[in-house]
Ligand binder design. Structure first.
Ligand SMILES: CC(C)(COP(=O)(O)OP(=O)(O)OC[C@H]1O[C@@H](n2cnc3c(N)ncnc32)[C@H](O)[C@@H]1OP(=O)(O)O)[C@@H](O)C(=O)NCCC(=O)NCCS
Length: 177
């Protein structure tokens, strides 16, 4: 399997929506409601990503896609520079096609995103939030050397609430070696 990471820009939004949906349907099972995952997730992610694509400013947001030679999107990450964010640059999404986890794609994506952050906003941390119960992602972020802190309770759009953690990388250029 040959793949490489590309800066997909706004044009990658449909791949992002598809990966986001597949990933949430797996990783968020038991954390948010089955009803949201079965009935709403796909449309919701389509709407979120198409709206994002229409308002794309490449100086403020990046969408990196791990793309196979035949074009298939294997994973994606998205980081956004938000105004006056006290925590740094938000790594808003990081998702690997569920059947391809543990193959090094997540590591490559988070490292490339960290380099983008270091280049665009030097000396700024990168951070994300993750459900405490998303134990696979939490293990991955620990392995990637993020500094971990409790970040309260997150109220999801389906009405469910659950505790989240914040992971921060003070020197994003060096994530994952
Ligand atoms: C989290 C995620 C992006 C990790 O991507 P991945 O491609 O599976 O991770 P990699 O194969 O690059 O793993 C990198 C390292 O982390 C470790 N790791 C990854 N998942 C792990 C797990 N569940 N438990 C322990 N270690 C793990 C790997 O063993 C590897 O370690 P190594 O450096 O010793 O080789 C992926 O599991 C995913 O898409 N999860 C679902 C979506 C999600 O929850 N995203 C986060 C929302 S905030």
């Amino acid at each position: 399997m040959n793949w490489k990471i590309v800066d997909a820009g706004a044009a990658g939004w449909q791949d992002a929506a598809e990966l986001h949906t597949l990933s949430w349907k797996t990783a968020y099972r038991g954390i948010v409601s089955d009803s949201y995952l079965e009935n709403d997730c796909a449309n919701d992610r389509q709407q979120v990503w198409s709206a994002r694509a229409k308002d794309w400013n490449p100086a403020k947001i990046v969408l990196l896609i791990a793309r196979q030679d035949d074009g298939l999107a294997l994973g994606m990450s998205c980081a956004a520079i938000l105004p006056d964010d006290p925590h740094g640059v938000l790594l808003d999404n990081l998702h690997v096609r569920p059947n391809l986890k543990r193959g090094g794609i997540g590591r490559a994506l988070i490292a490339a995103t960290g380099r983008w952050v270091a280049e665009h906003v030097p000396s700024t941390p990168m951070y994300l939030t993750v459900y405490k119960d998303n134990t696979n992602a939490v293990a991955f972020y620990r392995r990637m050397g993020g500094e971990e802190a409790d970040a309260g309770i997150y109220a999801f759009k389906d009405g469910t609430s659950a505790p989240i953690l914040r992971f921060t990388w003070r020197d994003p250029a060096t994530i994952a070696g």
